[in-house]
Design a protein around this ligand. Sequence first.
Ligand code: AMP
Ligand code: ZN
Length: 135
Amino acid sequence: MDTDCIFCKIVAGKMPSSKIYEDSHTIAVLDIFPACPGHTLVIPRDHHADLFDTPAATLAHVARASKKVAHRLQEALGIDSVNIINNSGANAGQVVFHLHFHVVPRSGGDGLDFKLNRVKADAKYLEEMSSRLKF
Ligand code: AMP
Ligand code: ZN
C-alpha cells in the first residue's frame, strides 16, 4: 500500500467510496466526477502506478473485472455500448497514479466523444513506423 495514494485508501476502506463490485484482486467504484451516469473505475487491490508498472497477471484481473462491470452496466442501465479507458502517464491525462480502467457506459445521443483526431496513413509512414516498432 502507498500511504499517499487515494485509491490505496479506498481499497483499504480508509476513504469512502461507492463500491459496486469486489473480488480478491480488484474493486470497482463509481467515479466521483462521472463522464455519464454509471461511469465506474476498476482498481487492482495492489498499488502499481500505471500500465508500464503493472504485472500482466494484475492487468488480466482488471480486464476480467472490467468485463463483469460492463455486463452489469448493460443489465442494470440498459446500455448496449461501453468504452474502456486507461490513462497511463501524465501526458495521457492520468491524475491518480494507481492503475485503473475507466468503464464508461455509452448510449445513443449521450453527447460523449472519445474519438481521436486521426489522418489517413500513407504507405511510407506505415513502412517506416512498422520497421521502427516491430519486435
Ligand atoms: P485518471 O485521469 O485516469 O487518473 O482518472 C482518475 C479518476 O479518478 C478521475 O475520473 C476522478 O474523477 C476519479 N477520482 C478521483 N478521486 C476519486 C475518489 N475519491 N473516488 C472515486 N473516483 C475518484
Ligand atoms: Zn495506490
